[in-house]
Design a protein around this ligand. Structure first.
Ligand SMILES: [Zn+2]
Length: 196
């Protein structure tokens, strides 16, 4: 489903960057990585540098483990990336637009986050949530992702948002990820956001 595809996309990017840094001299690898990922060159370079300086030892394996678990559940919405990965890269204090693109966020949602400073769920989201709840549905989102709207089609296609009548499978997945990937990032207690 969309969540698996969406998660696999990020792992493929990270794996490709890892491969390039292993095969090429550092300067050449950095140059190539910047060109290959022109939508988020600084993030790509950050990941490449982390591999070059061995700062992702063990963490890359956690990402692969997370992918294995995600594939087993094949959810419609992907979980947040392993917080240890984000911590090692200091990803969340980086350029929001580039990080959003790297994470596969749609441009409308990045725009709303960056330009309209909708950094949290606000009145507008709550109004939408109220309607969705009336239809007997619950909203599931990738933790850390704030959509431009709880109805954003692009976010749904990107495996970041869904309205579900029963999110119990995703709750199980969330619990398993928490158990298998314990971490020290205090701000991220959950891999998913459940709004109901
Ligand atoms: Zn959007």
């Amino acid at each position: 489903m969309n969540g698996t595809k969406s998660f696999r996309r990020i792992v493929s990017i990270v794996s490709e960057i890892k491969r390039l840094t292993a095969e090429l001299p550092s300067t050449e690898a950095l140059e190539k990585v910047r060109r290959a990922y022109s939508g988020f060159p600084k993030v790509a370079e950050l990941v490449a540098e982390a591999f070059i300086h061995d700062r992702l030892v063990g963490i890359y394996d956690r990402l692969l483990l997370e992918l294995l678990i995600v594939e087993r559940y094949d959810p419609p919405v992907r979980p947040a990336l392993d917080p240890e990965f984000a911590l090692a890269l200091r990803l969340y204090s980086f350029d929001d637009i580039e990080v959003g693109r790297f994470l596969g966020y749609p441009s409308c949602c990045i725009e709303s986050f960056v330009s309209d400073y909708r950094l949290f769920f606000d009145e507008e989201h709550l109004k939408e949530l109220h309607e969705i709840k009336k239809a007997g549905l619950k909203v599931v989102l990738t933790a850390g992702f704030i959509p431009c709207s709880l109805y954003c089609e692009k976010a749904m296609v990107s495996g970041l948002l869904e309205h579900l009548d029963n999110p119990s499978q995703i709750m199980l997945l969330n619990d398993e990820l928490k158990k298998m990937l314990p971490h020290s990032h205090s701000a991220y207690q959950s891999f998913y956001e459940f709004l109901s």
